[in-house]
Design a protein around this ligand. Structure first.
Ligand SMILES: [Zn+2]
Length: 259
């Protein structure tokens, strides 16, 4: 159930945003955009000002964003949907029970976010002249913490990898980073290092890269699936016939925040 108020993007007077919106709607007809009051939900200006729930086709952003930030935030989330529905870069989820595995779910969310961001920042800039100041600013602020939880170290490593790729910023306090951090960082470089707007992988290569990344960290590939199912995606890849659709009968872990 949504608590936001429907938002009309035409009020932002950005023809580039409308162009992007029209393209995204051609792949996902059910997109809804909502504005919400900061503080009443789990979004906030300084941490997570917008998100998208691909399953509900809903983009949300906080009302404290100014006009330029609203354009950036909505464009960012629309680009996530395009990567999902046009390019077939689906969301990785776990397919085994695990109440209390919120760190693992957050880590899986981070994989989708970080890999998508390697394409969408340049996509927005080159194709729509829309900056990502809001997102890149958040990325630079998010570098603290030395949790011993391995999934939190993996998240930290993915953020460090993303910072390096997108803003060229090196790893902070290298000597304090622990083994799980380096394992994830080096595996991300190995499997996602080549990703860029000029090289968007096919869905099958992308999924193999994600599973190989997880495999490097000791996870069994068979416990992960990609959502939504392929037949709900209008995809570019020419020949996917014969490939099985991954299904997951578990209640969905929270995977909807692709900030
Ligand atoms: Zn994002």
């Amino acid at each position: 159930m949504s608590c936001g108020v429907s938002f009309n993007i035409f009020s932002l007077e950005s023809k580039e945003l409308v162009e992007l919106y029209n393209l995204a709607v051609s792949y996902d007809r059910n997109i809804e955009i909502e504005i919400i009051h900061e503080g009443e939900h789990d979004l906030g200006l300084h941490e997570n000002p917008s998100d998208v729930d691909p399953c509900n086709h809903r983009i949300r952003f906080v009302n404290s964003l100014d006009k330029k930030q609203r354009i950036e935030a909505i464009a960012h989330e629309l680009a996530h949907l395009l990567l999902l529905y046009k390019h077939g870069l689906r969301i990785v989820k776990r397919c085994f029970p695990g109440i209390g595995d919120e760190h693992l779910d957050s880590f899986l969310q981070r994989i989708t976010n970080t890999t998508h961001h390697l394409f969408l920042i340049d996509l927005l800039k080159d194709n729509y002249r829309i900056d990502s100041v809001l997102h890149l600013g958040l990325l630079q602020d998010n570098s603290s913490g030395y949790s011993s939880e391995k999934e939190l170290q993996y998240i930290k490593a993915l953020l460090a990898f993303e910072r390096k790729k997108l803003v060229g910023k090196g790893i902070e306090e290298k000597s304090k980073q622990v083994l799980p951090f380096w394992e994830a960082y080096n595996s991300a470089r190995k499997h996602f290092g080549k990703y860029s707007f000029q090289f968007v992988p096919s869905p099958s290569i992308y999924e193999e890269d994600v599973l190989s990344f997880l495999g490097d960290l000791g996870y069994q590939k068979k416990y992960f699936v990609f959502c939504p199912q392929r037949d709900t995606i209008r995809r570019n890849e020419k020949n996917l016939s014969g490939q099985e659709n991954a299904t997951c009968s578990m209640p969905d872990p929270k995977v909807d925040q692709t900030k």
